[in-house]
Write a protein that binds this ligand. Structure first.
Ligand code: G3H
Ligand code: 13P
Ligand code: ZN
Length: 347
């Protein structure tokens, strides 16, 4: 099946009451690990690439790897999403390349570090929505900022999403999905202890979902950072500090309150690092790189399959006929003409 619209996946997930993992990729092994996990669990899935991933792999390599994934796994609905687009040009180039979904992260300025003002966010997000919807492509926006700075991305300041502003933002931009800031951050070192209600503002999600029941909510920084993976990395020569991520139960609570897209990058990185380290330590005489790249792919498959089951997307790959981007374009055109009511693209 061709790459599908993320909007349709999320509409369908809302109907079914489950979440869909959005897993970051940079290379073939990560893509294959995700697709194997999706086949094993019969899951629809979102594969996402950051700007860093696009420049690491090269746009055309990444895109053609995804086309291969869609051909090799025809039973799996898969959306290809631009993670953290820093300006309209990044989103437009992703759409021109063939991405079926983009994130315009106008919560930060183009440098990916400075907190942007609200009107700037509305303006750039609206611009991307116009361009994307005219081509049937889905748009995710972000309001509020995550904590932490990872690979130079992030302001280091936490600004929780304001529910009143979220209502205004969705109305003025027309986005399909809203990334909310609830105290998480990217990377492995999110919290110094297991997060409780003081640290993780789940009530913000509940409030926004109550006010915006038809907007798909997105949880960034949603890796759980399993202690077992950290232990395996350290047992094979790694040097990671103790780290705490977002407990899966909190993500499941979010899913009950409108979270439909769950961004996971770090858990895949940890699973791969643990698997590669173990493979190298177990056979120090081995010099065929397939020995450890195969381990990497298998590590990715295992963690992604686990998350797919936990998010509830498992078993839902065959629930519907994916619509083409042209059908989605007409869907948005009709929405613009008659913006009343909660039309969904899942039917
Ligand atoms: O936005 C954060 C994601 O984990 C992507 O990270 O920019 O290092 O590829 P990256
Ligand atoms: P993690 O670092 O928690 O995996 O978050 C990934 C993310 O939000 C990508 O946009
Ligand atoms: Zn993110």
């Amino acid at each position: 099946m061709p790459l599908v619209s993320m909007r349709q996946l999320l509409d369908q997930a809302a109907r079914g009451g489950y979440g869909v993992g959005a897993f970051n990729v940079n290379n073939m092994e990560q893509i294959q690990g995700i697709m194997e996990a999706a086949r094993e669990t019969a899951s629809p899935v979102i594969v996402q690439a950051s700007r860093g991933a696009r420049s690491y792999a090269g746009d055309r390599f990444l895109y053609h790897l995804m086309l291969a994934a869609a051909e090799e796994y025809p039973e799996i609905p898969v959306a290809l999403h631009q993670d953290h687009g820093n300006c309209p040009e990044t989103c437009i180039s992703a759409i021109e390349l063939g991405f079926t979904s983009v994130m315009m992260d106008g919560s930060l300025l183009e440098d990916g570090k400075t907190v942007a003002d609200y009107e700037y966010n509305v303006q750039v997000t609206r611009e991307v929505v116009r361009y994307a919807h005219a081509r049937g492509v889905t748009v995710e926006g972000e309001l509020g900022t995550l904590g932490g700075i990872e690979d130079g991305v992030g302001s280091g300041e936490v600004h929780l999403t304001d529910p009143d502003q979220a209502v205004d933002f969705v109305a003025r931009t027309g986005i399909d999905a809203l990334a909310v800031a609830i105290g998480t951050s990217h990377g492995a070192y999110k919290f110094s202890r297991r997060p409780d209600g003081q640290i993780l503002a789940m009530h913000v999600i509940e409030e926004i979902h109550r006010r915006l029941p038809d907007t798909h909510l997105v949880m960034h920084g949603a890796s759980s950072v399993p202690a077992a993976l950290i232990d395996r990395i350290n047992a094979t020569g790694g040097k990671m500090r103790p780290a705490f991520g977002v407990p899966v139960q909190e993500i499941q609570l979010g899913i009950r309150h409108g979270v439909r897209k769950i961004n996971v990058d770090t858990d895949g990185r940890l699973a791969i690092t643990a698997a590669v380290r173990e493979a190298l330590v177990a056979k120090p005489e081995e010099f065929d790189p397939r020995h450890f790249t195969r381990a990497a792919r298998e590590g990715m498959r295992q963690i992604v399959a686990e998350r797919m089951r936990q998010f509830g997307q498992a078993g839902h790959a065959g629930d519907y006929q994916p619509r083409s981007l042209e059908q989605m374009r007409r869907f948005y055109e009709a929405l613009e003409a008659a913006p009343v009511g909660a039309a969904t693209a899942a039917a």
